[in-house]
Design a protein around this ligand. Sequence first.
Ligand code: NDP
Length: 473
Amino acid sequence: MRKYTQFYIDGKWVDSVSPKTAEVINPATETVSGTISLGSEADVDLAVAAARRAFASWSQTTIKERLDLLRAIQAEYAARMQELGEAVTEEMGAPLSLGCGFHVGLGAGHLQTTIEVLENFKFEEQRGNTIILKEPIGVCGLITPWNWPLNQVTVKVFPALATGCTSVLKPPQLAPYSAQILAEIMDKAGTPAGVFNMVQGQGSVIGAALSKHPDVDMISFTGSEPVGVQITKDAADTVKRVGLELGGKSAWVILDDSDLAANVIAATAGMMVNAGQTCSAGSRLLVPASRLAEAVEAAKAGAASVTVGDPNGNVGMGPVVSKAQWNIVQGYIQKGLDEGAELIAGGLGRPDGLDKGYYVKPTVFVTTNDAVIAREEIFGPVLVIITYDDIDDAVAIANDSVFGLGGYVSGQDRDTALAIARRLRTGAIWINGGFDFHAPFGGYKRSGNGREWGEHGFAEYVEVKAIMVGGEG
Ligand code: NDP
């Protein structure tokens, strides 16, 4: 049983000002796995004040000093990878192989990438008579979700630190363990007091207090669209910068020239990684109308290949994060049935043999792009297949969404795939499975306004100053 009832403020572990606590539920067992403190505005005030004090000196550190700290954090992180992976599995239900693999690997990747970017980042450049400086924006409020908890914490905390900012992290109540361990890592690595702070608690209290705080200079948020809108409104009175990484309903276009069966199987199983709780999941699979029957058989095989069960066992998919999320996903499956979509795999209820835990059947529908299940982000292992007539039609369907986060193209002909990628109104597109830690990640339209990962992630945390130098004074 974990007991994380202290916050990391000003380089120390301190008791919460508020006496409130909350139980954390293991989604695989539906039992309590631990307790966290729920902070108050007073805890936020203490953390922000510490971050403000630390900013005076941290913003003046050299690149070498910041690199030294990042490397010390890297060593501590490497020593606790197994523990971090286990925490992810316990808090949000990812299979242990995924928790210790990709979840922890993403954090390690962002750390290494931050180091590489910092080694080369131009904080100062001369253009004609003008010196352009990129200076740390100040105290940053970092608000993160539960779905890829380590990824979203590390993609914010490390660039903030690397650019000379100080920060206050508010991890998700549903998945607080990995963030707590990361705070221990930051502490052990010798992060100077106040440079990084962490306060656990409710978004409506801690997140809102950070968003409204007059001494917080920017907010970086990943999560749902309504909360992103609320944060933007809360931050407006103090004219903070707000970076938003929100939801998606990304299209995966399977081209006629590709190995359709293999790609549909991979896309179906791939969408269900992390129980479909990925903002950039390829949750709309676009296939040529003439090959629907073939695609349906492949999607059935893809869904059947996803083994569901105890995340500590050898499975492909664990539970979704919470009872509330399970209910949301079931609601969408029911909606699909009510809308008359053709159910070709999965469906309502838990998979056979699983009576406890928030498990969902890998589910696939064939439908049209105007269906609710094709338009709204489900955030569970529910894929919709939509047919297209030709490439223009595929592009039109892919772009017919309020979201614009990701996109995928599978095809033999590189030029055709690239031409489609250029026409998609989304922030990131993967062709035949490409991946790059240095590639910017973020959304068009209602998927957000910021860019994280790599060098673009640094831009979120810097102010740009121009110093124009004239003649003799
Ligand atoms: P939320 O957007 O509610 O939560 C994300 C973070 O914001 C959490 O830390 C949360 O705190 C915090 N928060 C909540 N309310 C406020 C507020 N008023 N001000 C500041 N911060 C706040 O996402 P959920 O976890 O509730 O998930 C709901 C849906 O959001 C999912 O079903 C999915 O569709 C989408 N989502 C998208 C993600 C993405 O990566 N694009 C990630 C996660 C969710 P608390 O700990 O109280 O929850």
